[in-house]
Design a protein around this ligand. Structure first.
Ligand code: UDP
Ligand code: MN
Length: 540
């Protein structure tokens, strides 16, 4: 079993949105024209400190041309498409906090170089209260000299977080269409025309250029496979396989319906964005807004799509330079989205984060205005959205109770899925992260570990009494020889009893077990278990 589970409790800190798309296409890569070859070895210690600072190789960026071209990863067909002569103009918003100057400037150069000038109304830079001096006067001077009249700079005098920073950009935008981008992106040839066409056809479409990767260390390009943007029940975004009807159609250039967005790049009709409520200004720092917008636009009569003919490359960085606790903010913001848009499915979000629905220990603020917005826009239910837009989501409406499970004989210890590959449940000091999420269903299944959330990943495993040994097993629920082996009776502060053997799940003191505690199934001796959270309305 590789790295022992006992050395280090499993961390729930996930890298949001960094999961590679399924079926990732490794492109030929390359620095692009105008790039300067440099190896990591020749870089100095300064490089390391700049990695620390930005989560990418800023030192190398300083040496790469601001006007480099990147490979054209569009499906071939895209190059033949012609677009209307009267496309709407776009305002392009970049938001940033403490990014490397050369990286921001390359984003600006790139959008100017790759967008027909008649279509680019303006570039708006929103400085979300950066600390670094190079992003002040020298940035102003540079863009005013290089692109006089084209660039507006907005400076927040306190840190607003990426959600409200984008809204600051929207407020000063004047073109009929607005695009929002991270300030570490580069634009592919012809990226703008297909996006503007789709929005001209229907202003209720939120259009996402397809994302490719700029490697954070070498700044090489890496093509990503065609993907939609989904998420799990924690509302962390991830790339997902495009919908079946898109695959069946066999047209690589066709728009891909998507339930939500990764968030580093999206384009929307300026007024329509205002009409449907922008982004939730009550969200702080980072995360959740990208999923919330997806739910909202679909539930309220619009749509969201990825356009493979429009491509933007984005640096997936190794760390966030602005906050060490984005996990907390992602959770907080996720709860806002859940409370407003997810109806009774909001329980799934609480469950995924392994927190109670009442007194969750997270202050998500006031959502009354967002609920009023939902009323005003007469939006559809979350159930409709799941069925029509995100059918790949697994639902857990049969949940009776969930959370940490404790035994009175071993206070401070919780049932835990243990190492992912060894099919053995264990006891481990309670930490409340998802390896200690236990879900007990109305059928009698006891499942341990993070929710599978979507059909793209296996679901959490079932606790099983196979009868032969005293060790309870953890198995894929469908792999159990006799269905009854995975069924348990469990009431709060009572025993956990196998329906197949009548044996009980219990704790045994043992010198040679980890922490001196072993989990066994044996003849019932009267041990009692408690589980944290009961869902009162298990059914819809
Ligand atoms: N950002 C911001 N204010 C914040 C946090 C982030 O303006 O408080 C900007 C950041 O500079 C970047 C964008 O928001 O341009 C998205 O953040 P990041 O790239 O760190 O997220 P990721 O793409 O890694 O998910
Ligand atoms: Mn980013």
């Amino acid at each position: 079993m590789g790295v022992s589970h006992f050395d280090k409790p499993k961390s729930d800190v996930k890298q949001p949105c960094l999961a590679k798309p399924i079926g990732l296409v490794e492109g030929p890569g390359g620095l692009g024209q105008g790039g300067m070859a440099a190896t990591l070895q020749e870089d100095s210690r300064e490089t390391e400190s700049k990695y620390e600072e930005y989560g990418y190789n800023a030192q190398l960026s300083d040496r790469i041309s601001l006007d480099r071209t990147i490979p054209d990863y569009r499906p071939k067909k895209c190059r033949q498409v012609t677009h209307a002569a009267d496309l709407p103009q776009i305002s392009v918003v970049f938001i940033f906090v403490n990014e490397a100057l050369s990286v921001i400037l390359r984003s600006v150069h790139s959008v100017v170089n790759r967008t027909p000038s008649r279509l680019l109304k303006e570039v708006i830079l929103v400085d979300d209260n950066s600390d670094s001096v190079e992003l002040k006067a020298s940035l102003d001077q540079y863009v005013n000299r290089r692109y006089p009249g084209l660039v507006k700079i907005v400076r927040n005098n306190r840190r607003e977080g990426l959600i409200r920073a984008r809204l600051q950009g929207w407020k000063v935008a004047t073109a009929p269409v607005v695009g929002f981008f991270d300030a570490h992106v580069e634009f592919g040839t012809g990226w703008a025309e297909p996006v503007l066409s789709r929005i001209q056809e229907d202003r209720r479409r939120i259009v996402l250029p397809a994302i490719d990767n700029i490697k954070y260390d070498t700044f090489e390009l890496q093509q990503y496979a065609s993907a939609a943007h989904g998420y799990n029940w924690g509302l962390w975004c991830m790339y997902i396989i495009p919908p079946q009807d898109w695959l069946d159609r066999g047209d690589e250039a066709a728009p891909i319906r998507t339930p939500a967005m990764i968030g580093c790049s999206f384009v929307v009709d300026r007024e329509y964005f205002g009409d449907i409520g922008l982004l939730d200004p009550g969200m702080e720092v980072y995360g959740g807004e990208n999923i919330e917008l997806g739910m909202r636009v679909w539930q309220c009569g619009g749509s969201m799509e990825v356009l493979p003919c429009s491509r933007v490359a984005h640096i997936e960085r190794t760390k966030k330079p602005y906050n060490n606790d984005i996990d907390y903010y992602a959770k907080r913001n996720a709860l806002r989205a859940a409370e407003v848009w997810m109806d009774s499915f909001k329980s799934h979000v609480y469950m995924a984060w392994n927190i109670p629905m009442t007194n969750p220990g997270v202050d998500f603020g006031d959502v009354s205005e967002r609920l009023a917005l939902r009323q005003r826009l007469k939006c559809r239910s979350f159930k409709w959205y799941l069925e029509n837009v995100y059918p790949e989501m697994r639902t857990y409406n049969d949940t009776l109770t969930y959370g940490e499970v404790r035994n009175s004989k071993a206070s401070g210890y919780c049932l835990d899925q243990g190492a992912e590959d060894d099919d053995r449940a264990i006891l481990y000091p309670c930490h409340g992260m998802s390896s200690q999420l236990v879900r007990y269903s109305t059928d009698g299944l006891l499942q341990l570990g993070p929710l599978g959330s979507t059909a793209f990943l296996p679901d959490s495993k079932c606790l099983v009494d196979e009868g032969r040994t005293r060790a309870p097993a953890l198995k894929k629920c469908e792999d159990v020889a006799r269905p009854a082996q995975r069924l348990w009776d469990f009431t709060q502060s009572g025993p956990i009893v196998s329906r197949d053997t009548g044996r009980c799940l219990e704790v045994e003191m043992s010198k040679d077990a980890n922490f001196g505690l072993r989990l066994v199934v044996q003849r019932c001796s009267g041990q009692k278990w408690t589980i944290r959270n009961w869902i009162k309305h298990g059914r819809h």
